[in-house]
Design a protein around this ligand. Sequence first.
Ligand SMILES: Cc1ncc(COP(=O)(O)O)c(C=O)c1O
Length: 364
Amino acid sequence: MRAISIGMNVADIDTPALCLDIEVVEANIKRMAYYFRDSPVRLRPHSKKHKSPTLGHMQLEAGAIGITCAKLGEAEVMVAAGIKDVLIANQIVGPGKIARLVNLAAHSEVMVAVDDAANVANLNAAAEAKGIRLRTLIEVDIGMQRCGASPGQPVLHLAREILASPGLRFEGLMGYEGHAIFTEDIDERRTKTEESLKLLTDSAELLRQEDIPVGIVSGGGTGTYFITGAYPGITELQVGSYISMDSQYRQLPGVDFDNGLTVLVTVISTRDDDHAITDAGMKALTHDFGLPVVIDPPGWQLTDLAEEHGFLKRIDGPRLRPGDKVTIVPNHGCTTINLHDHYHVIRRGILEAVWPIAGRGKTY
Ligand SMILES: Cc1ncc(COP(=O)(O)O)c(C=O)c1O
């Protein structure tokens, strides 16, 4: 058990510790909500980043209409914590998972993405047996080449399958322009995003021409919120990372949210004045998108992560000694948060709360 007491100074927290600057998070939630205050576009923030019902409730209080999840297990966590309107922006396949999904839908407003006629038939059979109508969105592949039906006729065909399924309710379409989101140049990002979104909104129009009502047209991410959120025909955004950011997103031009996520680590050994080893390796920090960034003390750089060790190199910072604390910004918040049990919630340098990361590890 960690020795921890609410009200302690952040510098005294046992490490490695995932820390959340709650003032930054509150400001980011407010800023995104304010940006869309006069817009018809609604927010359904993706919880793949924070994995916390507590933070999900904060987003709902700020006006979000629901929460998005990547996984069924994450959706179960959100619903159990009282968040009813949840989009699983992924396909749920296989009898065991489909059974869990229809049981979840019996006491929530969960929606699921579909892109395959056989999956639609399986969902329908399970929903009918349960006596519910399961809400479905067709995922459209708008260029990312991940999941999704091809735009146009294949979407129309699938919509007809859903409409002919008494256990299912057709809610609309979703697409994700993930291939465009990290494009550095904003004009280029806008062009790629708009080309992708056209495939989505044209598919919605095709359905409407066939008298199929399309309520939801959902897309977007933190790197494109100002593009996708202004695109005609988009009704909802699935933005996720804006809530706490990370160093990769912080560097992306046009994304003006602050970083509120850090990992506090401790120096456990120093080879010489220019090298220090910390207690946080890749079981506490991820490097799938590149190495995390040292922000305190300045003048030090993380050069490698072993399993349980972080390698620091001095550029021009002060000398470090065993026991010194170092603050690091994760490069990829989503995968880093998933390694930790708790957020250490910090306000102005003081530990205000410890929140479980209830969706952590719910990859199933
Ligand atoms: C389906 C889907 N929607 C939205 C997002 C947006 O997330 P972010 O705001 O972190 O870019 C993601 C991120 O992976 C996603 O997979």
